[in-house]
Design a protein around this ligand. Structure first.
Ligand code: IMP
Length: 187
């Protein structure tokens, strides 16, 4: 499984490195075809999307600009609070630009819904979403995610950018944690 120093913490691998890399390459090719002739701006939602952003962008054969936003996430808890806070805003204006928002995972959808509403007010030429994962049956708001790599069950996952208490982001796969890891984090 290649979990390295985290080998004792991982319960199950949900998405292998190979599966992820295959899907990311496919999405990159689709995005390249869809945006041909247009200038595209990728906006990554920190911190979780940084790994997908790096891999995906290298499968997009177009001139690209990059920007990042940081929003509040769960911290060390595993339940969404529904409260979204912008910790870092974009560096540049997006008016008139073709924007692709890159997200790690859509759980309740509250974060993404807030971000889309916020970005729409800045009048981009177009606005679409690319997400690595969407959890099944837990969305509290209807969302149209044009480029989605995987649907997963509604479980808490780590790896490929996703953390628990800021750890596990550098795992090359996505997996679930052993229950002891949560227990040790609260005691
Ligand atoms: P939502 O607002 O409930 O859709 O949550 C979105 C954000 O919560 C994501 O961008 C992640 O930062 C975080 N998140 C949601 N589910 C998970 C998970 O299973 N593992 C790690 N972080 C998660």
């Amino acid at each position: 499984m290649d979990a390295g120093a985290y080998a004792n913490d991982i319960e199950q691998v949900l998405l292998s490195r190979e599966e992820i890399q295959g899907r990311v390459a496919e999405l990159g090719a689709r995005i390249t075809a869809d945006y041909e002739g247009l200038d595209l701006l990728l906006i990554g939602v920190l911190k979780g999307a940084f790994v997908l952003m790096a891999d995906l962008s290298r499968h997009i054969g177009l001139p690209l600009e990059f920007d990042f936003m940081a929003v509040s996430s769960y911290g060390a808890a595993t339940q969404t609070s529904g409260v979204v806070r912008i910790l870092k805003d974009l560096d540049h204006e997006i008016a008139g630009k073709h924007v692709l928002l890159v997200e790690d995972i859509v759980d309740s959808g509250l974060t993404l819904s807030y971000l889309l509403k916020n970005l729409r007010t800045r009048r981009p030429a177009s606005l679409e979403v690319c997400a690595l994962m969407q959890k099944n049956d837990v969305q509290q708001v209807p969302l149209d995610i044009k480029y989605r790599a995987f649907d997963i069950p509604p479980v808490f996952v780590v790896g490929y950018g996703l953390d628990f208490g800021e750890r596990f982001r550098n795992l090359p796969f996505v997996g679930t944690l052993r229950p002891e890891v949560y227990r040790d984090a609260v005691t």
